[in-house]
Ligand binder design. Structure first.
Ligand SMILES: Cc1ncc(COP(=O)(O)O)c(C=O)c1O
Length: 442
């Protein structure tokens, strides 16, 4: 049974099973029930009024902005990431969008890592300009000067991933957080999808806000989409109020002072605005059923991750010694540019999503995919099942070979998301792929 006074002393394995969940007071149900309800009957006219004015935050009102099943998932993820709270949303893409739009608006500027998920790049470089939001992409993410040089007077956020795929590049979170704070006076938002809080807690290293696609390892079974925004509560949006008009201006109907002044004492200045305005008005709500599956997934997170990283280590070693492999893009592999950062930030393992360059280019890559039977060919990651994709013929096929090469995507690059099956079975399957690739080599 969760008890917040005990939670601070619990280890990760205990928190992932218990944090934020209580036996249902009405039914005594032990597992978190699926509250399949759109709305909740107010106890009184006064309770209803207090709820609408945000004077009583404990009242359930309408499931677009809050649901008890989802709330349990939010409390649990906040506990695992070391945040003051969290807001769950319908997808990882929605989490990134809302995390940024809560603090950036027309005329503002975002500094974006060049090593992020393609959907994040298209959000910031294609959709945000339509809203008048500017950006600069940092290509050399290891160079603090490159981050510093990207700052403009109107910069309002830094955004990066803890581990980025397919090259498995690791961010020096402490250094980039220092530049964001000291040189730009803005928060660092980290997409921690590939690491999960079991392998890395970005807040411990100075990140201010963490987002996840819970679609991946947190739910873990390739079943439903979801996303979450976690706030560390550490960034002081009150230090320069003029930079954050959204947090400091008055929202009609919600009192006479801004969200920051009203709620930051409870650690909720950033998150309550995100929930009460952005989730309310844009509407990407996570369903209670998906929250239930998310909770089920989180309860075995560390067990799954231990198997994901153990299998990955076996497969990286196998690939490194394979004659048909030119390069393995995982921090465990010899010469990987993030080996040192992975040793510092990811001592339990640098994740299980990575890539390798297959000898033979485009045709060999396609044949490899056709040859494997146990690995599923699809465009997802972070499933208990092992997954594979050939970016040059799928996710990156609209680019020219030169454009792909500029981002490290070779014609024969194969991305793996290693699952929790038996490592020997997985290696035997990869061998089928290599045999198929050999058959088409010139
Ligand atoms: C690192 C990362 N962040 C965010 C997303 C977007 O998440 P979703 O597909 O849940 O919207 C993805 C999706 O692949 C991802 O890989």
């Amino acid at each position: 049974m969760s008890d917040e006074s005990l939670e601070s002393g619990w280890s990760f394995d205990t928190l992932q099973v218990h944090a934020g969940a209580f036996p249902d007071p009405a039914t005594r149900a032990r597992a978190v029930p699926i509250f399949a309800t759109t709305s909740y009957v107010y106890e009184s006219v006064d309770t209803a009024a207090a709820s609408f004015l945000l004077e009583d935050l404990t009242v359930n009102s309408y499931s677009r902005t809050g649901n008890p099943t989802t709330a349990a998932a939010e409390r649990r993820i906040a506990a695992l990431e070391g945040g003051v709270g969290a807001v769950a949303v319908a997808s990882g893409q929605a989490a990134t969008t809302l995390a940024l739009l809560n603090i950036v608006r027309a005329g503002d500027h975002v500094v974006l890592s060049g090593q992020v998920y393609g959907g994040t790049t298209s959000l910031v470089t294609q959709r945000f300009p339509e809203l008048g939001i500017e950006h600069t992409i940092v290509t050399d993410i290891d160079d603090p000067e490159a981050w510093r040089a990207a700052i403009r007077p109107n910069t309002r956020a830094f955004f990066a991933e803890s581990i980025a795929n397919p090259l498995a590049r690791v961010l020096d979170i402490e250094t980039v957080a220092r530049v964001a704070h000291d040189d730009a006076g803005v928060p660092l938002i980290i997409d921690n999808t590939l690491a999960t809080p079991y392998l890395l807690r970005p807040i411990d290293f100075g990140a201010d806000i963490v987002v996840h696609s819970t679609t991946k390892f947190l739910t873990g079974h390739g079943t439903v989409l979801g996303g979450v925004v976690v706030d560390s509560g550490a960034f002081d949006f009150g230090a320069e109020p003029a930079k954050w008009p959204g947090l400091h201006s008055v929202d009609p109907g919600h009192g006479e002072i801004g969200y920051w002044e009203r709620f930051h004492g409870q650690g909720l200045g950033y998150l309550l605005r995100l929930r009460s305005l952005l989730l309310r008005d844009y509407g990407p709500t996570l369903s209670a059923f998906n929250s239930f599956l998310l909770i089920q997934g989180i309860e075995t997170l560390s067990l799954r991750l231990r198997q994901h990283v153990a299998n990955t280590e076996r497969i990286v070693r196998y690939l490194e010694s394979h004659p048909q492999v030119e390069l393995v893009n995982h921090p465990l592999a010899a010469g990987h540019p993030s080996a040192g950062l992975a040793a510092k930030y990811l001592p339990k393992g640098a994740g299980s999503v990575f890539s390798f360059n297959l000898v033979g280019g485009l045709e060999a890559g396609k044949a490899f995919i056709g040859g494997v039977k146990l690995f599923s060919h699809l465009a997802n990651i972070g499933d208990v099942r092992s997954l594979v994709i050939h970016p040059a013929s799928t996710t990156n096929s609209s680019q020219t070979p030169e454009q792909r090469a500029a981002t490290g995507i070779g014609e024969g690059l194969i991305r793996l998301s290693v699952g929790i099956e038996d490592a020997d079975d997985l290696i035997a399957d990869l061998e089928r792929g290599f045999a198929a690739a050999r058959a088409v080599r010139p």
